[in-house]
Design a protein around this ligand. Structure first.
Ligand code: HEM
Length: 147
């Protein structure tokens, strides 16, 4: 099992980076849509198009990309010699990845609240838009610097 993982390791890592890029694109863009939805989606017509864009982005891109990131990431974790758990970086990366997954769930909840016209203000979504940026810094520094 682990020999096979070592063999596919470069491909698993390439797939992981592609999945991460797709997931992050959605995590950066969806809260931005929420800002516009909260500030300009008062009339039924624009509100309807925001709902469609948010639904499609979450269901067709972000959910599959999150699953692909997790599956490929776990393949990498199980590959022998890749993760040294006595170092700090796997733990900081894991903490930030859990934070990113929480943020994904938070976005999914906000999408439902905005559809029910119970969302937060545009300003709140602008602030929350910084969360994935901070977590991304933590993840990339962990996995590249490997402290
Ligand atoms: C979802 C759970 C995740 C797991 C279990 C996971 C695990 C891993 C592991 C074990 C590696 C291999 C490190 C190495 O080859 O030395 C890796 C590489 C990488 N991960 Fe993740 N990861 C996850 C999510 C993410 C996320 C959310 C990002 C970005 C925001 C990310 C960015 C990267 C990058 C850029 C690399 C390549 C680093 C290199 O050049 O070696 N990962 N990941």
């Amino acid at each position: 099992m682990t020999d096979w993982l070592a063999l596919i390791y470069p491909y698993a890592k390439a797939f992981h980076v592609m999945a991460v890029i797709s997931w992050m694109a959605g995590l950066f863009y969806l809260p931005r849509l929420f800002v516009y939805h909260a500030e300009r989606g008062q009339t039924p017509e624009p509100a309807g198009s925001f709902v469609v864009m948010e639904d499609k982005l979450l269901r067709l891109i972000m959910n599959p990309a999150m699953i692909a990131t997790w599956v490929s990431g776990l393949f990498l974790v199980l590959t022998p010699g890749i993760v040294d758990w006595s170092m700090a970086w796997p733990w900081t990366k894991a903490a930030c990845v859990l934070g990113m997954t929480w943020f994904h769930m938070w976005c999914a909840r906000q999408r439902r609240l905005l559809q029910a016209r119970q969302g937060h203000s545009g300003r709140r979504y602008r602030i929350m838009n910084e969360v994935p940026t901070l977590l991304m810094v933590g993840i990339v520094v962990s996995v590249i610097v490997k402290f």
